[in-house]
Structures are given as structure tokens and as C-alpha cells.
Design a protein around this ligand. Structure first.
Ligand code: GLN
Length: 192
């Protein structure tokens, strides 16, 4: 299995390190041809406007949309925003997932926080019982899901922070910044 990590901006190196820890081949994706022969793609956290602008500049928008029709993609934080159909403002979006997001919904950088989340699908898929300790950094919330998208996890205040639509996954938080490999393994289970 070979997984790409979109490496235009943001914390792509942490995702690659996490994939290597669980013995998965991981490569940096910067150009359309890098998507060839990949089984799945992770879009990291960072700044969604910057990632979007660079994806336009590198002619990646159409190739990424096409990749997402057939293959698993997981967006973390800014990556989740980039996967969404609607971010309440005008910026380049892949529009692959039927989710509406609100950027910086928990406040500014100083309002970043950590929380334990109950993620039933994750527990079931990985055969574990522990809650998932999630790191939120200027995180978006998923304001609403529609179509085939379903809610995977909510923050303690009830707002949606993880969603899945078939082989597409969106999390507001940053599993690559923890030692818990379960979310990466869960994503790999969506790769066919
Ligand atoms: N605040 C960023 C945005 O709106 C996301 C932050 C992150 O990825 N940690 O794009």
C-alpha cells in the first residue's frame, strides 16, 4: 500500500512520520503526476486558504477531485476544510465531501485545546475501548453533514469534529500530533 500526503503547506512531515511508524509507504505529493499509483491521500493541517491557492497554482484541483472519486482521502483540520463543499467563504475547495465547515470555530490560536472523544467506529475498527485524545489547533467545526456523509465524532460541547462519507474522511483535529496511531489505521481501512 502506498499513501501520499499533500505537501504544499502545513504539517505533512508529521503525517509521513506517523505512516512510517505503522510501516506504510508514504510519499510527498506536490504535482499531479505524484498521484499516480497511490492508494490513498492525506491532506494535512495548515492554512486552508494557502493550501487551496497552491493547489490551484500547481494545477492540482482537477487531479485531486478525480483522485477522490475513486480513492480514499483524509483531510485533517485545514485538509478537512479543503475537502468540504462549503466553508462559508470564498476560497478554493475540492468540494468532495457533503459537509459544511466553519473555520476557526473554537477561536484563535490561544484557544487551541485537547479533548477526549468517544469515537465508536474507531473503537470498533481497532478493537479498543479507549476514548481518542484529540488535539485541536485553530480548528474548524463541521457545521453540518448532508447527503451520504455521517458524523463520526463530536466535541464535548456537541459540535461535530469528524465525519466520513464512504472512503472520504474529515477530522477537525490532528491525529498526526499524537502517539495514537488508531486514526491512521482507521483511514487505511477505508483504502481499497
Ligand atoms: N485555521 C486553519 C484554517 O482555517 C486550520 C488550522 C489547522 O489546520 N490547524 O485553514
Amino acid at each position: 500500500m502506498k499513501i501520499g500526503v499533500l505537501a504544499l503547506q502545513g504539517d505533512f512531515a508529521e503525517h509521513i512520520a506517523m505512516l512510517k511508524r505503522i510501516n506504510v509507504e508514504a510519499i510527498e505529493v506536490r504535482l499531479p503526476e505524484h498521484l499516480k499509483r497511490l492508494d490513498g491521500l492525506i491532506i494535512p493541517g495548515g492554512e486552508s486558504t494557502t493550501i487551496g491557492k497552491l493547489a490551484v497554482a500547481y494545477n492540482l484541483m482537477e487531479p485531486l477531485k478525480q483522485f477522490g472519486q475513486r480513492h480514499a482521502i483524509w483531510g485533517t483540520c485545514a485538509g478537512a476544510i479543503f475537502l468540504s463543499k462549503d466553508a462559508n467563504r470564498n476560497q478554493p475547495l475540492l468540494g468532495l465531501m457533503d459537509i459544511k465547515v466553519e473555520r476557526n470555530a473554537f477561536g484563535r490560536q490561544v484557544d487551541s485545546f485537547e479533548a477526549d472523544l468517544d469515537v465508536p467506529e474507531l473503537k470498533q475498527a481497532t478493537g479498543t475501548n479507549e476514548d481518542y485524545h484529540a488535539v485541536f489547533i485553530r480548528a474548524p467545526i463541521i457545521e453540518s453533514v448532508s447527503g451520504d456523509a455521517k458524523i463520526l465524532a463530536s466535541a464535548p460541547d456537541g459540535r461535530i469534529v469528524a465525519a466520513q462519507q464512504g472512503h472520504l474522511l474529515a477530522t477537525s483535529f490532528h491525529p498526526e500530533l499524537t502517539n495514537d496511531t488508531r486514526f491512521h489505521k482507521y483511514f487505511l481501512s477505508l483504502v481499497d
